[in-house]
Design a binder for this molecule. Structure first.
Ligand code: PCA
Length: 195
């Protein structure tokens, strides 16, 4: 069976939950011929990617798909690209707040996702859950994670992608989405990982 390493994040920014992990932990263990391995990541620059790379070197996944909260977005937004930039509007969960730094010295300015993100956005949208392709994952820990993984796996068979999701209803913010719908959207994404 093919292997999918799928990740969510711990809570950050004064929240008590992160809908990315709430939804990842509820996904079925096998979807579309992929066996899922689930990992919850710290919201810490550098460390999130280190944890993924450590587990990936044990299980050698075909695909790594990372999920993160994008408060303020009203749709599920697969990310097309990651940029070589770290900047924090707020400190990470280790208290570190970078100000316009490079992630990887000598890395390209940007890397494109190696999963079919536009197709994934269309498929989620057709399933009835609002979704659109995003052209920026920001400059915070989610972009840091996606950039570092795309750099690390650029010459390997492992394909890498990232999906941002809205706040979930329990967080009491708007716009928001039910975790049930986020789980459904991520399931559709996994059903569409292959070109
Ligand atoms: N979202 C943040 C980091 C962790 C998360 O869930 C981001 O968009 O960078």
């Amino acid at each position: 069976m093919k292997k999918l390493l799928i990740t969510g994040f711990q809570p950050f920014d004064n929240e008590t939950v992160n809908p990315s992990w709430l939804s990842v932990e509820r996904l079925a263990d096998v979807i579309n011929g992929y066996e899922l391995t689930k990992l919850c990541l710290p919201v810490v620059f550098g460390k999130a990617a280190e944890d993924v790379i450590a587990l990936a070197s044990e299980i050698n996944p075909d695909v790594i798909l990372c999920i993160g909260q994008a408060g303020g977005r009203s749709a599920v937004t697969p990310e097309l690209v990651a940029i070589n930039l770290r900047h924090g509007r707020i400190p990470d969960n280790n208290g570190y707040q970078p100000n316009d730094e490079e992630i990887i010295n000598g890395g390209d300015k940007a890397y494109f996702s190696t999963l079919p993100m536009r197709k994934i956005a269309q498929a989620i949208n057709e399933s009835g859950i609002p979704s659109s392709l995003s052209y920026s994952a920001g400059a915070y820990v989610c972009n840091d994670l996606l950039y570092t993984l795309l750099y690390r796996f650029k010459d390997s068979k492992t394909r890498v992608g990232f999906i941002h999701i809205p706040y979930c209803t329990e967080q009491g913010k708007t716009p928001s989405m039910d975790v049930d719908d986020i789980v459904k959207a991520l399931t559709v994404a996994i059903e569409n990982l292959d070109e």
